[in-house]
Design a protein around this ligand. Structure first.
Ligand code: MEV
Length: 403
C-alpha cells in the first residue's frame, strides 16, 4: 500500500496471570479500546527513513545508505520468531552510532529497525509518526501496541496479504526486541482485541465477557519500571528456588483457569473473583514484583471497602486494577489516590477492537490535511488526549473509516 495511511492498536490489561504467562501458564487479558497507539505513515522526498515518536521524545532519521549496510535477517530466521543475533548486533551498533542512548529510545529504535529489516528492507523516503493515548511503560501494553501498529503498517508497505495471525507474529518479534523473552500475551490481545485466555504456544481462547461487564478501576502510580528487568528478576528467583517458585506459578495458572470459568458463566458470582484477585496479588508480591505504591492502593481499596486490588502487567510500579464491588466510597477512593498520592485513575471499558487500518484509498485531501496537522503538532507539543480521540478514536462516532 502507498502512504499516507494509518494503523492503530489498543492497550491491554492483564486480569490474571502476569509473569506466570512467561512460564507457559494461563493468563487472562483484555484490550482497552479507548487507550490506543496510532501510527501515521507518510512519504518523504529524502531517500531516508524517519521515526518520530513524540510520546517518548524519540526523533531520528536514518539515511537509506546507512540502513542498507545492515544485512536482512536470514530467510530461515524469518520463518520462526527468533531474533537473528548477527543482524541484531549490527542494528545495535547503528543505534549507538546514532547517539540514541536512553533505554526507552534504544528499545523502540531496535524494534523499529529490526522489523524494518525483516519486512521492508528495500524501501525508503518514508516517515513513521506515532502518538499514543495510553500511558507509556505503565504495564498497559504500550510497547505491544507499538509493535502491533508497526507490524501492521510494514506488512501493508510490503504489499503482503495481511491477516491478524501474521500481524501478531511480527508484533511478537517486535516485542522480543523490546522485552527479551515475552510470553506473547500482550501482542496477541492488542492484535485481536476483546478478551482472551492465553497459554504460550497454544491457540488462544476468545472469552466473551459481554454478559459480565467487570467493574474495574485502573490506577497509574507513575512509578517507572522496566518489564524486561522485572521478568528477568523473576527468572533469577525461579532459577535459585525452582521447587518454591514452581508451585507459585502453578497457583497462578489455576487462578486464571478458575477465573475464566467463572467469568464466562451466564450469571457469574463475583465474590470468588474478588478472592482470586487478592490471592493473585499475594502471589505476585511473593515474586518480588509489587511496590510500595501498589501496596498503598491495595490498603486504601480495602479500608474504603471498594474491593480487592492487584497489580496488572509487570508490576514494580506501573498500574493496578481494583475490582469495584461496592461503589459507595468510590469517589473518595479516586480523590485520595489523586490528591494524596498523585496517582492517575483511569476509568475504561475492557474489550473492543484490536488492530485497525485506515487505508490510503479511504483518505481524502481534507482528512490528510487534518492528520498532517495533528501528527506534525505532536512533535513539538503534547497534544491533548481529547483532540487525538476526537479525530482518531475508532467507534460509533468515528471520523475515519477504520477497518
Ligand atoms: C507484561 O505485560 C506481562 C508479563 O507477564 C510479561 C509477559 O507476559 O511477556 C510480565
Amino acid at each position: 500500500m502507498q502512504p499516507p495511511f494509518l494503523t492503530s492498536a489498543p492497550a491491554k490489561v492483564i486480569l490474571f496471570g502476569e509473569h506466570s504467562a512467561v512460564y507457559g501458564k494461563h493468563a487472562i487479558a483484555a484490550s482497552i479500546h479507548s487507550l490506543r497507539t496510532y501510527l501515521y505513515v507518510t512519504s518523504t522526498a529524502d531517500n531516508a527513513i524517519t521515526l518520530n515518536f513524540p510520546d517518548i521524545k524519540l526523533y531520528h532519521t536514518w539515511e537509506s545508505s546507512s540502513l542498507s549496510k545492515i544485512p536482512s535477517p536470514s530467510a530461515s530466521i524469518k520463518i520462526d520468531d527468533t531474533i537473528d543475533q548477527q543482524v541484531a548486533e549490527q542494528i545495535q551498533n547503528l543505534i549507538r552510532e546514532s547517539n540514541i542512548v536512553d533505554p526507552l529510545h534504544t528499545n523502540a529504535a531496535f524494534c523499529f529497525l529490526y522489523l524494518y529489516k525483516c519486512l521492508i528492507p528495500n524501501t525508503s523516503s518514508l516517515k513513521f509518526t506515532m502518538v499514543s493515548t495510553s500511558p507509556i511503560g505503565a504495564g498497559l501494553g504500550s510497547s505491544a501496541a507499538v509493535s502491533v501498529a508497526l507490524s501492521y503498517a510494514m506488512l501493508q508497505l510490503a504489499n503482503q496479504q495481511t491477516n491478524k495471525k501474521l500481524i501478531n507474529k511480527w508484533a511478537f518479534v517486535g516485542e522480543k526486541c523490546i522485552h527479551g523473552n515475552p510470553s506473547g500475551v500482550d501482542n496477541l490481545v492488542s492484535t485481536h482485541g476483546g478478551a482472551i485466555l492465553y497459554k504460550k504456544g497454544t491457540e488462544a481462547k476468545l472469552l466473551d465477557l459481554s454478559n459480565n461487564p467487570l467493574e474495574i478501576l485502573l490506577t497509574y502510580t507513575k512509578v517507572p519500571r522496566s518489564t524486561k528487568t522485572l521478568v528477568s528478576n523473576v527468572r533469577q528467583l525461579y532459577e535459585i528456588y525452582p521447587d518454591i517458585i514452581t508451585p507459585v506459578l502453578d497457583s497462578m495458572d489455576s487462578i486464571a483457569c478458575k477465573a475464566s470459568h467463572i467469568l464466562t458463566q451466564n450469571e457469574p458470582d463475583f465474590q470468588p473473583i474478588a478472592s482470586l484477585v487478592d490471592i493473585n496479588q499475594g502471589l505476585l508480591q511473593s515474586l518480588g514484583v509489587s511496590h510500595e505504591a501498589i501496596a498503598k492502593i491495595c490498603l486504601l481499596s480495602e479500608q474504603l471497602h471498594i474491593g480487592p486490588t492487584k497489580l496488572t502487567g509487570a508490576g514494580g510500579g506501573g498500574c493496578t486494577l481494583t475490582l469495584i464491588q461496592d461503589s459507595t466510597n468510590l469517589q473518595k477512593f479516586k480523590e485520595t489516590l489523586t490528591n494524596t498520592y498523585g496517582f492517575d485513575t483511569i476509568e475504561t471499558q475492557l474489550g473492543g477492537d484490536g488492530c485497525l487500518l485506515v487505508s490510503n484509498d479511504d483518505l481524502n485531501g481534507g482528512v490528510i490535511k487534518q492528520l498532517d496537522k495533528l501528527f506534525e503538532e505532536s512533535k513539538s507539543n503534547k497534544v491533548d488526549r481529547d483532540i487525538i480521540d476526537s479525530l482518531l478514536l475508532p467507534g460509533p462516532n468515528q471520523k475515519l473509516p477504520w477497518k
